[in-house]
Design a protein around this ligand. Structure first.
Ligand SMILES: [Mg+2]
Length: 235
């Protein structure tokens, strides 16, 4: 029986393309120090087509945390240090929370799940400050039992730690938890923690093909979860 739901943020609660494509371009501009040709090469190296905006599933930009993206930018030719980049990108990502676009009315969505008794959490490769800003901006902070970013001390995806932290915070067993995300690192985190259910959504950078192997269900978006869960409660 599923009693708790742990959501990824980007591409899951937030529409990835609308929220992140402009941020990725700014990220590359910062790492390239204004060199437009280098910025395009950095985007390609990290998984984004600079012309179409297409993101390669499970690439650094799709799935990496700030530190991993900074390391990838340096490896691809950025002359800014990884430490400096990590700091500047964390600031960029926190500010980006103010411009992000949700996939649905998140306050209403979380309120309904909370009213049905589910424990709710967010586990993201973004920093914790960005997650909390997003939750407060879209009005669902009060419904969250747990928040974990890459810098919260629970380890990084696809390790099991963020799921186990959710279980410790809520008193649930991993078998009672559904993990919901748009990338394989979300689903693998769920499987590594022996979560009861892994659910993929298609509002991010994954495709039905890239997400099939590690998901129990593949939904168009999180709103379909509400129809899925009553059956699960009585399964
Ligand atoms: Mg995601």
């Amino acid at each position: 029986m599923i009693k708790g739901i742990l959501f990824d943020k980007d591409g899951t609660l937030l529409d990835y393309d609308a929220s992140w494509l402009p941020v990725n371009r700014e990220l590359a501009r910062i790492a390239a120090q204004g060199d437009a040709a280098l910025a395009d090469r950095l985007l390609v190296a990290c998984g984004m087509d600079p012309v179409t905006g297409h993101i390669v599933p499970d690439s650094l930009l799709a799935a990496g945390n700030t530190r991993q993206i900074a390391d990838g930018l340096v490896a691809a030719g950025s002359e800014v240090s990884a430490e400096e980049l990590t700091r500047r990108l964390d600031d960029l990502f926190s500010n980006a929370a103010e411009f992000s676009v949700p996939v649905t009315d998140l306050a209403g969505f979380f309120a309904r799940l909370h009213a049905r008794g589910f424990k709710l959490g967010v586990a993201s490769s973004d920093n914790e400050r960005s997650i909390r800003r997003t939750a407060s901006r879209f009005g669902f902070a009060d419904y969250l039992d747990y928040v974990a970013g890459y810098d919260s001390g629970f380890g990084v995806k696809p390790e099991a730690g963020m799921v186990l932290g959710f279980c410790a915070a809520t008193g649930l067993d991993p078998a009672e938890v559904a993990v919901v995300g748009d990338n394989n690192h979300d689903l693998h985190m769920g499987r590594n923690a022996s979560a009861g259910l892994t659910v993929a959504v298609l509002t991010g950078t994954g495709s039905p093909e890239s997400l099939a192997a590690a998901s129990d269900h593949c939904l168009n978006d999180i709103t379909e979860l509400e129809g899925l869960l009553p059956d699960l409660q009585f399964a």
